[in-house]
Design a protein around this ligand. Structure first.
Ligand code: GLA
Length: 403
C-alpha cells in the first residue's frame, strides 16, 4: 500500500510532495475509471503525549501531520466496488453490501468502513476508489485510521450521509474493533479527522470534547524511524495490554465505588489494590494512571512555555512505556536516549502503540541540525540502518482537496 520507509523530507519540500501524491492517485484513477467524483486527503497523526490512555478514557495530545493517504472516489451505477492501492497494485473487488474477501491486507478497513456506514441503511451505490500516499504502514503514524476515516469521510460526502467528523471517528474505531480485531481507543481517528494546522488537539476521550493548543513556532516535531515494523492486529500485544488494563480495572471497580475507567483511578487507589493484583497488571495500570497525570502536566507546561517540564513529561512517558507498559523495543530506546543527549532537544519518546515505528522528539528549531547529525550517526552505528528523519508539520484533518 505505502512505501515501507519515508524519505528525508523537510518542511519546505512538503507542499511539492503533497501535490505529487495527489496527482499520482488522481492519474491512476483516471487511467482506470475516468474522472473521480472527489479526491480526499486523509492525514496520519503524531501523539505528543498520552500513549495508551485513550482506551482508558484519558486525555491525549495528538495532531494530524503532513503525511497522508489520498483517495480518489467515484460512484458506480451498480452495487459493486473496486478499490485499488496505487502503491502496490493490489485490488479489492467487493460488493458495497456484503462482507469483502480477507485479502489484500487492508481489505478489513475498506469492507469495515462499508459495513459500518451501511449500519443505518444500505449505501446508495457501489464505488471505485484508488488510494495511495506517503504514510508508512506499521510505523505508529496511524495509516489504518487514515485509510478508514478517509474512505468513510469520502463516502459520507459523496452520498450526503450527514455524519459529522466525530461520528466518523467513532465509526472508524468500530471498524478497528469489529473488522480488524484491535480494541483501540479513538485517538487516531479523531486526530486524523479533526487535526488543525500548527495545533495539537487536547482530546478528552471520556466525553470527546477537545480544544486546540498551539505549538510555539520555534519548536519542531521530529520523527526518527526505528526501522522496526509491527502489525497491531497480527501480534495481539495491543489487545493483551488492553486485557491487562481491564483486569486491573475490574479489581479496582470491585473495591472503589464510582470507578468507571482507569481515568478515575488515583495513584493511592492503585497502591492500595497492589497486593491483590498480578505484578504485570499492576505495572500496566500504574503506567496508565501516571501517563494521564503526565498529559495534564504537559498541557500546563505547553501553556506557560515551560520546556523543562514538558520535556521531562515526554521522557518519563518513554520510561513508563519501556519499563511498566513494556511496549518499547531496543531500537526505540536507543533513539530516544540519543536524542535526549542533544543540546536543544526538549524531550524524546517512542510514539504510538509501540514495538517499532518512530520516536517523536520535540526540539528547538536551531538545534535541528545537531539532532539530525546525532540521529544519523546512531542509526548507522548502532542500528545499522540509514537514518530516516522526518521533521513534521501539524496539518489540517481530513479534507476534500478537489471535487
Ligand atoms: C494505537 C491505537 C490508539 C492508541 C495508541 C497508543 O495507535 O490505535 O487508540 O491506543 O495505539 O496510544
Amino acid at each position: 500500500m505505502l512505501p515501507g520507509a519515508c524519505r528525508l523530507v523537510s518542511a519546505v519540500d512538503v507542499h511539492v510532495t503533497e501535490e505529487l501524491q495527489q496527482a499520482r492517485v488522481r492519474s491512476v484513477f483516471e487511467r482506470r475509471f475516468g474522472r473521480p467524483d472527489l479526491l480526499v486527503r486523509s492525514p496520519g497523526r503524531i501523539n505528543l503525549i498520552g500513549e495508551h490512555v485513550d482506551a482508558s478514557l484519558g486525555i491525549v495530545l495528538p495532531g494530524a501531520i503532513d503525511r497522508a493517504i489520498w483517495l480518489a472516489l467515484g460512484a458506480r451505477t451498480d452495487r459493486g466496488c473496486r478499490v485499488l492501492a496505487a502503491d502496490t497494485g493490489e485490488v479489492l473487488e467487493a460488493s458495497i453490501d456484503g462482507p469483502g474477501p480477507a485479502a489484500p491486507p487492508w481489505a478489513a478497513y475498506v469492507a469495515g468502513a462499508f459495513a459500518e456506514l451501511s449500519g443505518a441503511g444500505p449505501l446508495p451505490a457501489g464505488v471505485q476508489c484508488v488510494f495511495g500516499g506517503d504514510l508508512p504502514i506499521g510505523a505508529g503514524l496511524s495509516s489504518s485510521a487514515a485509510l478508514t476515516c478517509g474512505l468513510a469521510y469520502g463516502l459520507n460526502a459523496l452520498f450526503g450521509l450527514g455524519h459529522d467528523r466525530m461520528a466518523l471517528a467513532r465509526l472508524g474505531q468500530r471498524v478497528e474493533h469489529h473488522h480488524a480485531g484491535v480494541q483501540c481507543g479513538v485517538m487516531d481517528q479523531v486526530a486524523s479527522l479533526l487535526g488543525r494546522a500548527g495545533r495539537v488537539l487536547r482530546l478528552d476521550c471520556r466525553d470527546l470534547t477537545y480544544r486546540y493548543l498551539p505549538l510555539a513556532d520555534d519548536l519542531a516535531i521530529a520523527l526518527c524511524d526505528s526501522h522496526v515494523r509491527r502489525s497491531l492486529a497480527a501480534d495481539g500485544t495491543y489487545n493483551r495490554r488492553r486485557a491487562e488494563c481491564e483486569e486491573g480495572l475490574a479489581a479496582l471497580r470491585s473495591r472503589v465505588p464510582g470507578v468507571v475507567s482507569l481515568r478515575d483511578v488515583t495513584a493511592a487507589m492503585i497502591e492500595d489494590a497492589r497486593p491483590s493484583l498480578a505484578p504485570a497488571v499492576y505495572a500496566r495500570c500504574r503506567y496508565v494512571i501516571d501517563e494521564h497525570q503526565r498529559v495534564l502536566t504537559a498541557c500546563a507546561a505547553l501553556a506557560r512555555r515551560d520546556d523543562d517540564a514538558l520535556g521531562e513529561a515526554l521522557n518519563a512517558s518513554h520510561r513508563g512505556l519501556q519499563h511498566d507498559f513494556e511496549v518499547s523495543c531496543p531500537a526505540l530506546d536507543v533513539l530516544a536516549e540519543a536524542a535526549r543527549g542533544v543540546q536543544g532537544v526538549v524531550g524524546s519518546r517512542m510514539m504510538g502503540a509501540g514495538f517499532g515505528g518512530y520516536t517523536i522528539t520535540l526540539v528547538r528549531r536551531d538545534a535541528l541540525p545537531a539532532y539530525r547529525a546525532r540521529m544519523a550517526e546512531v542509526s548507522r552505528r548502532v542500528l545499522g540502518s540509514e537514518p530516516v528523519i522526518h521533521e513534521c508539520r501539524l496539518s489540517d484533518g481530513t479534507e476534500i482537496v478537489t471535487s
